[in-house]
Design a protein around this ligand. Structure first.
Ligand code: AGP
Length: 591
């Protein structure tokens, strides 16, 4: 949510193309508006426009400056518009901000009483105005004074024409510094710096930094100079390209097999630490948001079935405010692709403060969640650009499967783990053969799509529903198949499609009942299944999407591919851009 990028180079250099390219790579964090400010010979020049980053292109041709900062916005306070776009300017001060300033109303009122005027509806402009008032010749001094007045979260970059520097501050929103050949960078995330620098430092909460062409001076919250470890930048330009696919969603769906395979390989590096962390565990709480939470629903089943440990799954936003009972022996497993989702990070912090051990399951080894956790189970999905999660979800399921086996005392070379080793090939086969075209057509014409399943199929039904509504905007719900007759049946009509996922032979008959109930009410029905009898029963009456047969605990991986493909095909039929769903951003670092 909101991406920021900055660059400072030596005499005669031009930082503008670098920050523009950086913004394009950060667009998954928001695409409501974009803007760039550069210190040029004439002072500070600002270009900002509503819409995607590309809209800036015609306006930055002649823009040149040794210092530039840039922003791509996911609107929270104030509608998407040119005026609400960043950078915000006050006096000669230019600022970009990612985060939310919770006390901005009271600050704005106070500043207005004192004669300040505001152009935008944003919380961020208040910081620019405060900064201008606090500035008397030192960017760092003004920044320190300014952030003392702020409540909330921020990653900030500030420039002015008087100083050949970029001042930055970070609190609860991510910020990294990148060390280029002849320039220094700053950005929300590694992809912005792909191909620009091979080493980065991750700033900690409360850090300030002053960037010059020669390097970065970093200070902690008590203003003591600190060194933040230089680490490799894992983002590689080639991996961030579309690679011939029309959309990132489709490309990343095709990377599901690699995600499962690489997550499997990476697990051996943490297996012993996992066993140690879970030793003596009496209760597990799995938490996360959105798709990550849905992976957690699958994980709950693994921990209970393989290891016999009572496990709850709760969305991170609910967990935080539910007064969770954490007793000796509780392990909280926090799942997040980005590792920066505010609710998940705060849930982990709360769990730690109450004495639980926290295990992170994430794609992002430098993230806030990784830094908090006692141990991280790596999800080796690679960079995921599409806002809709695909390969990170299947990677998370693989990571949870292996973690649960380790807790159960089964090693990664055991029989059950070997079944996971077969899954990359099976997922690849599913991607190649699954045919959702006709079902996507039915969904695209429908007024609502209901996903159902029992046990693990229910968990995938929740994810299928989220994916479909996220990228196609069709109203959808995912619920346990047994619940149909307790309410949702009232919504079934010829204009609705019910998709029943059936991958467990033992539960197939019961789930087929749900299909019959839908058909009896003249609803359209489909099954996504690998059970032969289901196909025989329903042929000609319901749409059938066939999956390859596999172990019931691993069927969610193949079924996930089918529901992801269904969401993708439906979105494309409706001419929606699945990579940039309206109103959404990939990494939600505010509450
Ligand atoms: C998934 O398609 C969504 N974009 C969303 O639900 C996402 O999974 C959620 O915001 C959590 O993100 P995280 O995994 O980075 O924490």
């Amino acid at each position: 949510m909101c991406g920021i990028a900055g660059c400072i180079c030596g005499k005669g250099g031009n930082a503008v193309p670098d920050v523009y390219e950086g913004l394009k790579r950060l667009e998954y964090r928001g695409y409501d508006s974009a803007g760039i400010a550069a210190v040029t010979d004439d002072g500070v020049t600002v270009v900002k426009k509503r819409g995607v980053v590309e809209k800036l292109f015609p306006h930055i041709g002649g823009m040149k400056g040794e210092i530039a900062i840039a922003h791509t916005r996911w609107a929270t306070h104030g509608k998407p518009s040119d005026t609400n776009a960043h950078p915000h300017v006050s006096g000669g001060i230019c600022l970009v901000h990612n985060g939310i300033i919770e006390n901005y109303c009271e600050l704005k009122e106070k500043l207005s009483r004192e004669g300040e005027t505001f152009l935008s509806e944003t919380d961020s402009e208040v910081i620019a105005v405060l900064f201008k008032r606090n500035y008397s010749g030192s960017l760092t001094a003004a920044l320190i004074k300014t952030v003392k007045e702020l409540k909330g979260s921020y990653a900030l970059m500030v420039i002015c024409k008087e100083e050949h520097k970029i001042a930055v501050a970070k609190y609860k929103s991510p910020l990294i510094i990148g060390y280029g050949k002849d320039r220094i960078y700053c950005a929300s995330d590694e992809p912005a710096l792909a191909g620009k620098c091979s080493e980065i430092s991750v700033l900690e909460d409360g850090d300030f930094a002053l960037l010059s062409e020669d390097g970065a001076e970093i200070f902690d919250s008590r203003l003591r100079p600190v060194a933040r470890k230089k680490q490799p930048n894992r983002a590689v330009s080639a991996e961030l390209s579309l690679g011939g696919y029309p959309h990132y969603m489709l490309k990343e769906l095709h990377e599901v097999p690699a995600s499962v395979k690489n997550t499997f390989s990476a697990f051996s590096g943490v297996e012993s630490e996992i066993v140690k962390t879970f030793s003596g565990v009496k209760r597990i709480i799995v938490t996360g948001c959105g798709t990550a939470y849905h992976a957690g629903l699958v994980g709950k089943r693994y921990f209970e079935s393989f290891a016999g440990i009572p496990t709850d799954a709760e969305t991170a936003g609910e967990f935080r405010y539910s007064e969770p009972v954490i007793t000796d022996g509780t392990v909280v497993v926090a799942i997040s692709q980005s590792g920066e989702t505010a609710d998940t990070v705060e849930a982990a912090r709360l769990a730690l403060s109450r004495g639980a051990k926290v295990v992170a399951v994430t794609n992002s080894p430098y993230s806030a969640l990784t830094r908090l956790a006692c141990v991280t189970v790596p999800v080796a999905a690679g960079a995921e650009i599409c806002v809709a999660a695909t390969k990170s979800y299947t990677g998370q399921i693989a990571a949870l499967y292996l973690t649960a086996l380790a807790v159960a005392g089964e090693t990664a070379d055991g029989e059950r783990a070997a079944r996971l080793a077969d899954m990359p090939a099976l997922c690849a086969k599913t991607i190649e053969n699954v045919n959702v075209s006709s079902l996507a057509h039915m969904c695209a014409k429908s007024k609502g799509v209901y996903f159902m399943g029992r046990d693990l199929d229910y968990a995938v039904a929740r994810e299928g529903s989220l994916k479909l509504k996220e990228v196609s905007y069709i109203p959808s719900e995912g619920y346990p198949a047994g619940e149909l007759k307790h309410g949702t049946l009232a919504l079934i009509s010829p204009k609705t499609v019910s998709v029943v996922i059936i991958t467990d032979k033992a539960l197939a008959e019961k789930s087929v009942n749900a299909v019959e109930q839908v058909l009896a009410r003249k609803g359209k029905a489909a099954v996504i299944t690998n059970v032969d009898d289901v196909e025989d029963d329903l042929k000609g009456r319901a749409e059938i999407v066939r999956l390859p047969r596999c172990d019931k605990f691993l069927a969610p991986l193949a079924a996930a591919v089918a529901v992801q493909e269904l969401a993708y095909r439906t979105a494309v039929k409706l001419r929606r851009n699945p990579d940039k769903p309206r109103n959404l951003a990939k990494s939600v670092t505010v509450e």
